[in-house]
Design a binder for this molecule. Sequence first.
Ligand SMILES: Cc1cc2nc3c(=O)[nH]c(=O)nc-3n(C[C@H](O)[C@H](O)[C@H](O)COP(=O)(O)OP(=O)(O)OC[C@H]3O[C@@H](n4cnc5c(N)ncnc54)[C@H](O)[C@@H]3O)c2cc1C
Length: 318
Amino acid sequence: MKVVDHIKKAAGKTLFSFEILPPLKGQNIQSIFDHIDPLMEFEPPFIDVTYHREEYVYKELPSGLLQKKVVRKRPGTVGICAAIQNKYEVDAVPHILCGGFTKEDTENFLIDLDFLGIDNVLALRGDAVKNETYFSAEKEGHTYAKHLVKQIVGLNKGEYLDEELLNKSKTNFCIGVAGYPEKHMEAPSLDQDLLRLKGKVDAGACYVVTQMFFDNKKYFEFVDKCRKAGITVPIIPGLKPLATKKQLSILPHRFHVDLPDELTLEVLKCKTTAEVRKVGIEWCIQQSKELIEGGAPVLHYYSMGKSDNIQKIVSALF
Ligand SMILES: Cc1cc2nc3c(=O)[nH]c(=O)nc-3n(C[C@H](O)[C@H](O)[C@H](O)COP(=O)(O)OP(=O)(O)OC[C@H]3O[C@@H](n4cnc5c(N)ncnc54)[C@H](O)[C@@H]3O)c2cc1C
């Protein structure tokens, strides 16, 4: 079932969903099930699975020369999605990137998803490869998420890259895209970024999931601006409970988000990581309550491989 149909069916009730990362190469899928199992009692209608593109690592050879190697540390997005749908009978939402994909790779990826009965995708550009400053697309790939959305919409109409194909069956994907209440780091202004978001929705995206934020005002203002700009699709807030003191600098650096002083000061007072986690959980519960009151369609949690804090949060809410 499509994410937007889950939202329609809920008729105004806020739903719960979360995002998981494929395990590091070498680990088995049980680690993912152990992570999902405790959250199933809260009946998520869908679970997102992130996509991790290749990275370049440099290995020193005995000669002293450096050898460039391409590695994918977290493969398995499609397999995990299939396993989730099979085991839990909930919809899995694979993330799909422009980065590292040619249009042909994208088409083949989508065909696999369609054959597996996956109805939703979150279409993203992806970041620059580690060690590089700027994102660069594959020669035959997409530069912006909007173009990826267009290709998926095309496939939904039966438009394949090879126009001479016979028996062109249509896919039926519901497409989500990313939105940034505090602006995407590369956008010259929030207004410009909103125009780009509108471009993705006009191209056929059915819903938006936001980057994490720690101050609800940012989300509510963002939704307001989106509505004024003519973006009418559901805007799902993305939430992350703060879990370590280090994240006070890691999260702003990595995700370009601000942390409210009140939260920062509470975290700085903590003597142990357990205390920080407690503060993070309490903050996230308050944020979630306010978002439910404010009519958020879904609360979407970035679990980042840990479910115990998400479990504590949702058990206070759902
Ligand atoms: C909910 C969510 C889930 C994510 N999941 C993943 C994941 O699984 N794997 C992963 O690698 N990354 C993931 N990311 C990170 C994401 O890939 C990065 O934030 C990336 O830098 C931007 O992706 P996008 O789809 O928003 O890009 P785009 O919408 O393409 O925008 C990228 C930048 O280009 C600008 N722009 C857009 N169109 C144009 C244009 N025509 N001309 C000039 N500028 C333009 C935008 O304003 C923005 O600054 C996720 C992010 C979010 C919010």
